[in-house]
Design a protein around this ligand. Structure first.
Ligand code: AMP
Length: 193
């Protein structure tokens, strides 16, 4: 893996564990010589992970739509800042440049971005690993909800299991390396589609 895309909050959150997790993940990316791809802001957890990777001598690519450059305050010290026209272009470029996707704690934008790549994986549009870095148990309720989607017959267990959930970035990235995408149809009871 050469580049990992990290989705995370443009706010710092209330608990110190969230920023700390960005630091732990940055350290692990650096030790494995994996570059960071992210949304390009210098605020919140986004700014924290970019700063930590840059301080350690790593490569950081930020991708931001023009409309957000001023509002999200783009990071001025990145290895590369790519300005695109739209949010859709941003997400497509982040996905294309990366070999895997991790969500750190974050808000609506973070969840939206992660779930988009996860649904693309479910449809077989890509075979890259997706994971949650569950710092401080932030994503416990989301994980429980995903179990509920399986129990209620809306998602196959094989697809729910595509989302790798770990608290430790070392374990998460080790599981990324071993990841094998499921080869099953999205639709329950229609195995040939
Ligand atoms: P948040 O988790 O809401 O703090 O947002 C994290 C990042 O997601 C920020 O860079 C937002 O610009 C971005 N974002 C917010 N909404 C969307 C969306 N609908 N699609 C893609 N990115 C988004």
């Amino acid at each position: 893996m050469k580049k990992i895309c990290v989705y995370c909050g443009s706010n710092p959150g209330k608990r110190p564990e969230y920023k700390a997790a960005a630091g732990f993940l940055a350290k692990e990316l650096l030790s494995r010589k994996i570059g960071l791809v992210y949304g390009g802001a210098h605020v919140g957890i986004m700014g924290e992970i970019a700063d930590r990777v840059l301080k350690g001598g790593g490569e950081v690519t930020g991708i931001m739509p023009q409309a957000l450059v001023d509002r999200e305050v783009s990071h001025t010290g990145l290895t590369e800042l790519i300005i695109v026209k739209s949010m859709h272009e941003r997400k497509a470029m982040m996905a294309n440049l990366s070999d895997g996707f991790i969500a750190l704690p974050g808000g609506l934008g973070t969840v939206e971005e992660l779930f988009e790549v996860l649904t693309w994986a479910q449809l077989g549009f890509h075979t890259k690993p997706c994971g949650l870095l569950n710092a401080g148990g932030y994503y416990d309720h989301l994980s429980a909800f995903l179990d509920h989607t399986v129990a209620e017959g809306f998602v196959k267990d094989a697809h729910r299991s595509m989302l790798i959930v770990e608290k430790d970035p070392i374990k998460l990235l080790d599981r990324f390396i071993d990841y094998t995408p499921p080869l099953v149809s999205k639709w329950i009871g229609r195995e040939n589609t």
